[in-house]
Design a protein around this ligand. Structure first.
Ligand SMILES: CC(C)(COP(=O)(O)OP(=O)(O)OC[C@H]1O[C@@H](n2cnc3c(N)ncnc32)[C@H](O)[C@@H]1OP(=O)(O)O)[C@@H](O)C(=O)NCCC(=O)NCCS
Length: 199
């Protein structure tokens, strides 16, 4: 049995006599997938209390996270799950809202994307974090079948924390989706037996 390793950027030869063809993908940094969007909260975006409607924020987060996942893998991506959303404080009508999304970790075909949401003080211009969310995207081909994506190489302390904790979040999501047995979630189980790292 013969196995060949090919860099993802090299063409795969047509007269391939190898039994396995493993495509090695170059890791990408979270900063490579950074996507930023700035929105103005207009009347159509608000609820009865004149604050940003949660569904509109989810939509903005979904779009910017998809751009980030696409930048990471340069493939068509689909939202697989919304793993976590926190609405820490209301965002009033007229606010300027900035969303920043980065891929925190990639597995085989799936990518975890963190979205941080900031609201700008209209007088000082200071940005205060108001919300955050974690989405999972999957790279797919034209038939919707999952495709491999490059791994992530975190750089900053925050990126490393998010990278490390992504495995636990993935295991929890897969258990809840009925795609993993609880006894196989070793990383998640370790959370209850080891001191927390705060990520
Ligand atoms: C997301 C989708 C491509 C997954 O397809 P699937 O047939 O379940 O494929 P698999 O079970 O092989 O999973 C593919 C990847 O998704 C991940 N995944 C699937 N369900 C998941 C979940 N609930 N949470 C986290 N990851 C999940 C798997 O872990 C796997 O990741 P990996 O390759 O990195 O290990 C498929 O369910 C789909 O197309 N869903 C609709 C997407 C869509 O339309 N989104 C817009 C919503 S409005």
């Amino acid at each position: 049995m013969q196995c060949r390793f090919t860099n993802v950027n090299s063409p795969i030869p047509q007269n391939n006599s190898f039994d396995f063809h493993i495509v090695v993908m170059k890791p990408r940094k979270p900063s490579d997938s950074l996507a930023i969007s700035t929105q103005h909260v207009l009347p159509n975006d608000t609820n009865n209390l004149n604050n940003l409607f949660g569904g509109r924020l989810l939509e903005w987060m979904d779009v910017i996270a998809a751009v980030s996942a696409h930048r990471h893998c340069r493939r068509v991506v689909v939202t697989a799950t919304v793993n976590h959303v926190a609405f820490h404080q209301p965002i009033p009508y007229g606010s300027i809202v900035t969303l920043e999304a980065k891929v925190s970790r990639a597995f085989t075909s799936s990518m975890e994307v963190f979205i941080d949401v900031f609201v700008e003080n209209p007088v000082t211009g200071e940005k205060v974090k108001s919300n955050e969310a974690i989405y999972t995207f999957v790279a797919v081909d034209q038939n919707g079948a999952p495709l491999p994506v490059p791994p992530v190489e975190p750089e900053t302390e925050e990126e490393k924390k998010r990278y490390d904790s992504a495995l636990r979040r993935r295991q929890l999501a897969l258990i809840l989706a009925g795609k993993m047995k609880a006894e196989d979630a070793t990383e998640l189980k370790a959370l209850f037996t080891q001191p927390a790292t705060g990520a």
